[in-house]
Structures are given as C-alpha cells and as structure tokens.
Design a protein around this ligand. Structure first.
Ligand code: GCU
Length: 449
C-alpha cells in the first residue's frame, strides 16, 4: 500500500510538473510577439517547387500535359491552402436599378444576384448579393473589370441612391459604421479606390460587390454566407479540406460572372471580364481566376502572403502569422505549414501560373513591406515558364527573365504578364488602375474572343 501511495504521489507530482510546463509553454506561445523579418540575408535557403513538373516527377512539355499538371496544381491549392468549393452554382438575377443619366454616356445599374442553396430541399433563403455596375453606353457589349470591395457599394462614391448593405460589416469605430451595420455616414469613404470615371472613359464597365454580402469575414463555423447554402457539401469533405472565406468569396465572384452572362440588359461582354482585388481580396481574385477560367484577366493588387508573395521567403507576414490572425481565410490543412513553408507542395508562383495563358497583373507598393513586394515580383517572374509553354512569345519571356525588382515606381510589361511597383503604401490607387487598364487595352479590347 505504502509503495502504491508513494507511486501515486510521484505520479501526481509528474502530472503537476507536466501541466505547469505545458501551461507555461502555451502561455509563452500565446504571448510571443510576432516579429516580422525584413532582412533578406536571413531568408532560409529555399527551392521553389517546379511549376512544370508533376508530383510524380514528370516534366511537363506541352499544353496538353499542362492541362493535367494544371488540374493537379489546382487540387494541391484546394487541399493544402484554400479548401474545396462545389463546381455547381445556382443563381437568379434581378435588375433593381438602371440609371441611364448617371453620368453622360454611362449607365449605373444595381442588381440583386440571389445565390440559391445547391440542394433545393435545404430550408435556407437564398443569399442576396448586391452588384453595382457602371457601364459605358455602347452598341456592342463592353469589356469589364469586376472587383470586390471592403466596406459596401455605397462607399465607392457619393451617389445617394446606391444601396447600403444589410449584411455584416466590420465595425470601423470611426463613425462610418454602427457596430457591425453599414450606415449612411460611410457613403463615399472608399472613393479613391474606385475611379469609375477613369475606367468608363477608357471603355470598360466597372462592377463591384461588397465582399461581406458573399461571406462575412470571421469564423462562423460555415453558418452564414455562401458556406451556409451548402451544409451537405461541406459535411461531405474531409475536415481539413473544408473551404475558408477566400474560397467562398471566389465562388461568389463566379456567381457574379454567371449573372453577367445571363443579364443582356447590362451590355457587358462576359468573355472579356477581368477580376481584380486588393489585399485579402487580391488573394481572392487570384483564386477566382484559378478556379474559373472564364475570367479573361486576373489582377492582384498588394495581395502578399497567401496571394502573390512567395511563402518560402517568409518576409513580412508569414504562413504562421496569417494562420494565427486569419485562420478562417484558409482550410485547416494550411496550418501544418506554420513555420514549415518548405513542406508546402506548392508556392505562390504556381497560383499565378494557374491564370496562364490569360492576362495577369501583379501590383505591389514600395511601403507595403508586410506584403513582401520583392516576393510578389519573384513569384510573378517564376510563373513565366508556364506562360511560355502556353505560347507567350520569346521576346516577352526575355523581358520577364531579364527583369530585376524595380527600385521605384515602374511597370514591366511582357505580353500577357505585367508587374508594377507603385510608390506609396498598401492601397489601391490611380496608378495601379492605370497599369491594369493598360494591360486590359492590350488583352481585352478585341471583340468576340
Ligand atoms: C492584413 C493581413 C493581410 C491582408 C490585409 C488586408 O494586413 O495580414 O494578409 O492582405 O490584412 O486584406 O487588408
């Protein structure tokens, strides 16, 4: 008995010590302040996965083989990064406003795109996504740029008629929201990011949608937004492949493209729509371009980690950091790459390559170190072999290969591939739009593609 008692005491002590050390290490982890690295000399040696080599080690030598490698790459991003969304969509469109006198030569439309539950027997109301479209008046359908916005369609300019979203918004605590409700005071606050006149003057329609209409930007356990429309589909997936918010927002962009296709009154040519996004929404535009080849052009502005910045550099925001601050953007499998980037079977140059051979624009800003502008440039450069394989002329390839990271504001144009660096901070500004519209002029302006 005595021995037994002694053993029990020992055991108790071991448990207490183990518990204490566990709590201390968990606490240390929780309180450990993340210090981003900005020192190039501290980047661990890394090798990028070859975009043109299959998981089996086979070289990809022609467009047909790329089709298989593309499917494999897409699956790797689904399974390890973003999660899987269904291939089907079911929408209904209602035009709720067509203001032909909005601006001389430009009609402003507002649409309701209802995204319906995939399985009609599910008792869920459709999700209504509000689309705002400024369309140059023209005899023939016009090309367009479609982008999600962060704060609501009413924030893109002062137009008093634009509807205010009724879905969740982030509490800005600056008077432009009332808690998580959008309010009148937010009207026009994001106008510098949406230079509608510049865009329509150049012959493009500008379409925008508030991202929170598609999915709220917090972890809601797949309850709300698009995820809430497909409980059976989500439950059927392995837990770590369930889709995060980025996959949800990208799915919503495809639904909007369906709506453009179905709405003749818009007069937008659905075969010539570029998808654009800034920051987390730039990660989203890349994923939308990857999952939906109908997007004719893909534009990723200051998208950083999880977007166009190479994970393996771990400069600025890292995989571990983004998975700590925003775990709901990605799937759970992505967590295993925290401080373990070299184990990733892909890197972000391959996300860019999934847009090939379509036009791709990658934009960075000089003061946006958190997003690692150089990592964005290098990923863009490393995507070039896929573009070459799919027909990019050798003189364009040469431009990409010989380019070095710009020092100041400038743009590198190489056929369908464009990279630019803007002076300034993390933002979507006029210069960014000018670069994107220049690329659109070269790639979206020919009719009947
Ligand atoms: C944070 C986040 C970035 C993201 C950005 C944004 O800064 O760390 O990854 O791009 O928010 O979307 O505004």
């Amino acid at each position: 008995m005595q021995v037994h008692k002694y053993n029990n005491q020992m055991l108790g002590a071991i448990v207490v010590v183990a518990f204490l050390s566990m709590t201390t290490s968990t606490m240390a982890q929780a309180t450990k302040k993340f210090v981003p690295n900005y020192d190039e000399s501290k980047i661990p040696p890394y090798q990028l996965p070859a975009a043109l080599q299959t998981e089996n080690g086979d070289r990809v030598q022609n467009a047909e083989q790329w089709n298989d490698r593309r499917a494999e790459t897409l699956r790797l991003f689904e399974e390890h990064v973003f999660g899987i969304m269904p291939g089907q969509r079911n929408i209904k469109v209602k035009v709720v406003r067509s203001d032909r006198d909005y601006r001389p030569g430009v009609t402003r439309h507002e649409l309701d795109v209802s995204i319906l539950p995939l399985d009609a027997s599910i008792d869920r109301s459709p999700l209504v996504v509000q689309v705002l479209a400024d369309v140059p008046q023209s005899d023939a359908p016009v090309p367009a740029i479609l982008g999600l916005n962060f704060q609501g369609n009413h924030t893109i300019d002062e137009d008093p008629k634009t509807r205010i979203p009724t879905s969740w918004v982030r509490d800005r605590r600056n008077g432009t929201t009332d808690g998580s409700k959008a309010i009148e005071a937010g009207r026009g606050v994001a106008s510098t990011r949406w230079p509608s006149k510049m865009i329509t003057d150049r012959g493009y329609a500008m379409l925008t949608v508030y991202y929170g209409d598609i999915d709220p930007d917090f972890d809601d356990g797949f309850e709300n937004g698009v995820h809430g429309l497909m409980p059976e589909f989500i439950a059927s997936l392995p837990e770590n492949h369930r889709p995060g918010s980025i996959a949800g927002w990208a799915y919503g962009l495809s639904c909007v493209l369906d709506a453009i296709e179905q709405t003749e009154a818009l007069n937008v040519d659905a075969t010539r729509v570029g998808v654009l996004g800034h920051s987390r929404l730039g990660k989203t535009s890349l994923w939308a371009g990857a999952t939906d080849p109908r997007f004719a052009m893909v534009i990723s502005n200051d998208s950083g980690c999880g977007g166009t910045a190479l994970c393996r550099r771990a400069i600025g925001e890292t995989v571990a950091r983004i998975n700590t601050s925003f775990p709901h953007w990605f799937n759970d499998a992505y967590l295993q790459y925290n401080e373990n980037e070299s184990a990733l079977p892909i890197d972000q140059h391959q996300l860019i390559a999934l847009s090939a051979p379509r036009a791709i624009a990658v934009g960075s800003a000089t003061q946006d170190e958190w997003a690692d502008p150089k990592g964005e440039f290098l990923a863009w450069q490393a995507a070039a072999p896929v573009y070459q394989l799919l027909g990019m002329p050798s003189e364009d390839l040469k431009v990409v290969e010989e380019a070095s990271m710009p020092n100041g504001q400038s743009v590198i144009n190489a056929g369908p591939m464009q990279y630019h660096l803007r002076e300034g901070k993390h933002d979507l500004a006029d210069y960014d739009w000018q670069c994107y519209l220049d690329l659109a002029d070269r790639t979206l302006q020919t009719e009947s593609r």
